[in-house]
Design a protein around this ligand. Sequence first.
Ligand SMILES: *Cc1c(COP(=O)(O)O)cnc(C)c1O
Length: 228
Amino acid sequence: MERLRRNLAKVEERLQAACRRAGRDRKEITLVAVTKSVSAEIAALLPALGIVDLGESRPQELWRKAEALPKNLCWHLVGHLQRNKVERTLPLVQWIDSVDSVRLLRTLDIESAKRSKSLDVLLEVNASGEQQKHGFRPEEIAPLTPLLRDLTNIRIRGLMTMAALQDPEQCRPAFKLLRELRDRLRQELGPPHAVEHLSMGMSNDFEVAVEEGATFVRLGSVLFEGIA
Ligand SMILES: *Cc1c(COP(=O)(O)O)cnc(C)c1O
């Protein structure tokens, strides 16, 4: 617990410094703790430190942790979701940060219609152009607008990207691109959508992401350093 508290305090300082550099309010940014490297017991310590947004990249791991932890947490799926895992995942999450295909969008819309709780989704964009990555290509986003308008059972809340693992400064163009795509999509999509979020920035590059407008930073290793 003490180690986690210290790690978090350091992250918080770095977040605030990035906000000052960018002239942003710290309140605009939500820290999502990505818990894939730690146990459910460690993840369960987070709410006492004020972290209630938790993320997992693999659906099965999210099921396991979300079912073991208190129900008042806000879970994000941040990795690839296969359609055959949608039904089991939806009751456990508030956010899917990583919607990467039209087929998945349609499935989520149909499945969400059966539920009373609406689902917040982000479209994953492969903004760094790496071959092996999931996500829409940047030029695919604008042409999606008519289809997105027809999806009324989910709420499109923004865009997500994973930068390439490299010098953080080299990630800046991908983050800028994501912000421009978000700004354009926001003008095109009315309610129930509200395209305001940018989920970008991981341990390696979160300060640059905050400078470029991130509203969710997804942090794992920097938070759990030194914790098994
Ligand atoms: C693991 C993971 C993170 C956190 O990565 P760190 O570099 O450990 O901070 C963020 N987003 C996604 C999609 C991940 O899979």
